[in-house]
Ligand binder design. Sequence first.
Ligand SMILES: C[S@@+](CC[C@H](N)C(=O)[O-])C[C@H]1O[C@@H](n2cnc3c(N)ncnc32)[C@H](O)[C@@H]1O
Length: 204
Amino acid sequence: MNKKKEKNNEIYFYAQENKFSKKNNEIPKEFENKIICSDNLVILKKLPDNCIDLIFTSPPYNFEKLFEVFDESIRVLKYGGRIIINIQPLFSDYIPSHHIISNYFMNKKMIWKGEILWEKNNYNCKYTAWGSWKSPSSPYLKYTWEFLEIFTKGDLKHKGEKENIDITAEEFKKFVIAKWSIAPEYCDIAIKRLKTTSIENKIF
Ligand SMILES: C[S@@+](CC[C@H](N)C(=O)[O-])C[C@H]1O[C@@H](n2cnc3c(N)ncnc32)[C@H](O)[C@@H]1O
C-alpha cells in the first residue's frame, strides 16, 4: 500500500513509462515559414512524427473531432515539444472542459507543465437560470477568465540555442506569474505564450 502511494507521488507519475520516440524530425520544406489556412486535421496528417516545437490552440467547443486532433498533435510534437490549450469550462452546461482535456493528455502520458489563468475581465455567461434570480436554488457561477493548459511531451525541458532566446529579464519575471490579466485581444496573449514557452527559430 505504502509502496503504491510512494509510486503515485513520484514526479509526474502519470506520465512515466511513456513510449515517445526521442528522435525528432525536420519539418518538410513545403510547410516552413508559412501561415496555412486549412482544416487542422488535414494538415496535421501530412506532417511527420516529432517535427513541431510548439502547438497553441484555442479549439472549437465541439468534442466530436477534438480528441483526434489532440492525438495527431501529440504525434507531430517533438520530444520536449509543448502544446497549449486555451479553454474555458462550459459553465452553463456544467462541463468542466479544462479538466476533461487535461485528463485526456495525462492519460496519453503528456506531462502537465502548468496552467495559466487568463483573466479577461469580462463576463461571458448568463446571469441566471429561469427562476433563480436572487435565489440560492441554482445560480450560475460567473467566470471572467479562461485557462491555458500547458503540456510537454517526454521532457520538461525544451532545449534550444541560448542566443535565440528573445525574452527579456523583465518580461520573464512578469510572464511566469501564472495569472495573466489581458483584455481579450489575442495578439498580446499570443506573444506572452510564445515568449514563455518557445525560442526563436523553433517551429510553431
Ligand atoms: C473557440 S474558437 C477560437 C477562436 C480564436 N481564438 C480567435 O480568436 O479567432 C475555435 C476556432 O476554431 C476554428 N475551427 C473549427 N474547426 C476547425 C478545423 N477543423 N480546422 C481549423 N480550425 C477550425 C473555428 O473557425 C474557430 O475560429
